[in-house]
Ligand binder design. Structure first.
Ligand SMILES: *Cc1c(COP(=O)(O)O)cnc(C)c1O
Length: 365
């Protein structure tokens, strides 16, 4: 069977380097917030772009939560998000007492820039876009709307490490970019990890204080903070992976290009690429009418698939208190019922890629 993802393949690509790094961290005797974290923060920020800074944190959700908190998002503040995203994005808002306000996605599965203004109220404080599946949102219009209405602009980049739009990497368009280094992400570690990126050094310094109990120097606490630290082991392993990012991105691009060239089936809507965007293919997502039937067919023919994500956040029991019902966001709801993720990971053999293409092409619905 061809798995939809198999993390150990990514490990094996650079197995010796990972092992060496793990042992060196173990032998160092220093495990939380040290040289590896500092070095990773500097290297990641430098790889993303000029004049930006990074604070490593413990996971992607807390990157969002801390980042919004540091930017002043609090009780009753509305933040605009896309309706077809992942619930972590919304929880980063609700954990600060904020209210996620949903906007329908465009045909690229990202926030539809044309629909933002209609969602703005006098409580709106910011817009939080997610560059879903590894493709940048069309940003010019969003940047302009935020300027016009004096809103903060945030980016959930948990799926878009080094995905760019017109030459700029995601995470650098607004006030802050939030990253997850969860193992499945393109830049994933071997446990939990996350990061906040910003062009504002002041903001990043604030997050470095917040992530460590509000500590500015040892045993001195200037604000009530959190425990959201990135550990040395994950940071060290992330440095190894980051040093191979070019090859890893090329591996996924090769798989995506083969699918795009090879899959031609009128029952399958292929992903479209935003003009000016360079996707990193966190997921390769197609749309099919009969989601369950297609998935069963693929599995029967030895190809595992997945659905990102089957239920839109506004219909999750966890967010029922927001008062939404089925039919409120029909575009997002339809997307959830028709999206299917094909096998995409750090490495697939040519044979496996060929099989996915052949099986998908032979699907008759
Ligand atoms: C993975 C993910 C997150 C959360 O990251 P964790 O590290 O699992 O907390 C947030 N937003 C999006 C879009 C994600 O894909």
């Amino acid at each position: 069977m061809i798995p939809v993802n198999e993390l150990v393949r990514g490990y094996r690509l650079y197995e010796e380097e990972y092992n060496e790094k793990a042992v060196s961290v173990l032998r160092s005797g220093w495990y939380i917030l040290g040289k590896e974290v500092e070095a990773f923060e500097a290297e990641f920020a430098q790889a993303l772009g000029e004049d930006c800074y990074c604070a490593g944190v413990d996971n992607g959700l807390n990157a969002i939560q801390l980042g919004l908190h540091a930017c002043g998002i609090g009780p009753g503040d509305e933040v605009i998000v896309q309706a077809n995203g992942y619930i972590a994005t919304m929880l980063g808002i609700t954990q600060n007492g904020g209210i996620p306000v949903f906007v329908e996605p465009d045909k690229y599965h990202n926030m539809d820039p044309d629909r933002i203004e209609a969602a703005i109220t006098d409580k709106t404080k910011g817009v939080l876009v997610t560059h879903l599946y590894g493709q940048a949102t069309r940003m010019e219009q969003i940047v302009a709307v935020c300027k016009k209405h004096n809103l903060m602009l945030f980016e959930d980049c948990a799926q878009s490490h080094f995905a760019s739009y017109k030459g700029t990497n995601t995470g650098l368009f607004g006030d802050a970019g939030f990253f997850s280094f969860y193992p499945t992400k393109n830049l994933g570690c071997f446990g939990d990890g996350g990061g906040v990126v910003s062009r504002s050094k002041e903001l990043i310094d604030k997050i470095k204080v917040l992530r460590n109990y509000g500590t500015d120097y040892k045993y001195h606490n200037i604000v009530p903070g959190f425990n959201s630290r990135l550990d040395e082991m994950q940071a060290g392993l992330l440095r190894v992976k980051l040093s191979h990012m070019g090859e890893l991105l090329a591996n996924r691009r090769k798989i995506a290009e083969a699918y795009l060239d090879g899959i031609h089936n009128p029952r399958i809507r292929m992903p479209e690429i935003v003009e000016g965007a360079v996707p990193i293919w966190y997921q390769f997502v197609i749309n099919v009418e009969d989601q369950a039937g297609f998935r069963k067919y693929m599995l029967d023919h030895g190809v595992q698939t997945d659905v990102h994500f089957p239920t839109p956040p506004h219909l999750q029991p966890a967010l029922a208190y927001l008062g939404h019902k089925e039919g409120d966001f029909p575009v997002a709801e339809r997307d959830c019922k028709t999206v299917v993720s094909l096998p995409m990971m750090d490495y697939l053999s040519d044979d496996e890629i060929r099989t996915v293409i052949e099986v998908a092409n032979a699907y008759e619905g």
